[in-house]
Design a protein around this ligand. Structure first.
Ligand code: ATP
Length: 230
């Protein structure tokens, strides 16, 4: 579904992503694991079109995303939940969630919204509350639901566990499983390998802008036991 070949991302003289190639197949959950500054967000931002690729190609469903604007990538079926949640604080929970569907040009939002409320009861309980008043974990649920509200084919989750207590990591993991249950293809980044590997089919380990290792979640878990990224 997603194929990245020899991608490079640069900020002036800084090389954030160096010659990275990876694939995400339909209905898989793939994890990009690595420490702060490894280049994970830069790679995700290149897929959504927020930063340009300095070199290499990104293809979605067999078509190159070169010269495809961010909004058109969303309409093509790429959903995105940013690092640090970034909900719209003064908009209600409901408005935040619907913003995702509107951004992707979805006309019939009702059925999708109802499904999301069933999957994540918090959305119905807090529908009218400004999202900025929620806890960090609750905001993360809203950010996931916003990304999910267009029912994207490919969902990009940038560090969904960042700054959350273990109880919220468990709840966010359950939310991700709900999305997997719908057959959603997921590419997620995390520094916290242990809980993220429980959700993943395969993983890539990123360091210094490069892929250092790849394999099944079990292989990466076994390899990581002796390393510092678990
Ligand atoms: P984090 O968990 O901190 O987000 P990351 O693995 O997502 O880490 P990136 O945010 O992609 O890594 O950063 C990769 C490198 O690019 C780092 O050296 C970072 O300082 C640099 N970088 C990221 N964004 C910018 C920017 N807008 N301008 C300049 N350098 C940047």
């Amino acid at each position: 579904m997603l194929r990245i070949d020899n991608l490079c991302v640069r900020y002036g003289g800084i090389v954030a992503v160096r010659d990275v190639s990876l694939e995400v197949h339909a209905s898989e959950t793939v994890l990009l694991v690595g420490a702060n500054g490894a280049g994970k967000s830069s790679l995700i931002n290149a897929v959504i079109g927020m930063v340009p690729a300095a070199a290499g190609t990104i293809a979605f469903e067999g078509r190159s995303l070169d010269n495809v604007a961010c909004a058109m990538r969303a309409r093509a079926g790429i959903g995105y939940s940013p690092e640090g949640r970034r909900v719209f604080p003064s908009l209600s929970v409901r408005e935040n969630v619907l913003a995702g569907a509107i951004g992707a040009g979805i006309a019939d939002k009702r059925e999708r919204y109802d499904w999301l409320c069933g999957a994540f009861p918090l959305l119905a309980e807090r529908a009218r509350q400004p999202a900025g008043q929620l806890s960090g974990g609750q905001q993360q649920i809203v950010a996931l639901a916003r990304a999910m509200s267009a029912f994207p084919k490919l969902l990009l989750l940038d560090e969904p566990f960042l700054g959350l207590a273990p109880v919220w990591i468990d709840r966010i993991s359950d939310a991700v499983r709900q999305m997997q249950g719908r057959g959603t293809t997921i590419l997620m980044t995390e520094q916290m390998a242990r809980p993220a590997l429980r959700l993943a089919d395969r993983a890539y380990v990123m360091r210094g802008g490069e892929i250092r290792r790849s394999g099944s979640a079990d292989e990466i878990r076994a390899a990581a036991l002796a390393d510092e990224y678990l």
